[in-house]
Design a protein around this ligand. Structure first.
Ligand code: SF4
Length: 123
């Protein structure tokens, strides 16, 4: 079975650009924590499906929206959740869409966490 790519959508931005046709909403007035909790719940359910359980993922892309509206700990937890639920190839590409004005040293440091599972060939 060919490796697949895993896409996670974060539909929030600091504000909604007039020209944007992506599924995105301004952070204000939306439950960002609730969305992350629901996302984790849905990913946990999907990971048990045979079509997903038997897959090896070659890439993970967290897009949006602006995923970096979340803080570093939340983003690191999201990565950890994905790593614990899904099997990744030894050499995997992990990318996140970012708006430069939402990036901080704390966020980029949190995202640059070690991934020992790569060396063991997945979970
Ligand atoms: S996804 Fe990009 S273009 Fe669309 S509202 Fe957010 S920042 Fe603007």
């Amino acid at each position: 079975m060919n490796p697949a790519g895993l896409y996670i959508h974060i539909p929030f931005c600091r504000s909604k650009c007039a020209y944007c046709s992506f599924t995105s909403y301004p952070c204000a007035g939306h439950d960002l924590d609730g969305y992350l909790a629901a996302l984790t719940q849905q990913a946990t359910q999907m990971a048990t499906h045979p079509c997903v359980r038997e897959r090896t993922f070659a890439s993970l892309f967290i897009g949006g929206g602006t995923p970096t509206v979340y803080d570093g700990n939340q983003l690191a937890d999201l990565l950890k959740t994905c790593r614990s639920l899904f099997r990744f190839a030894n050499v995997s590409e992990i990318s996140i869409e970012a708006n430069p004005n939402t990036l901080t040293f704390q966020k980029t440091s949190a995202l640059r966490q070690p991934a020992p599972y790569y060396e063991s060939g997945g979970i």
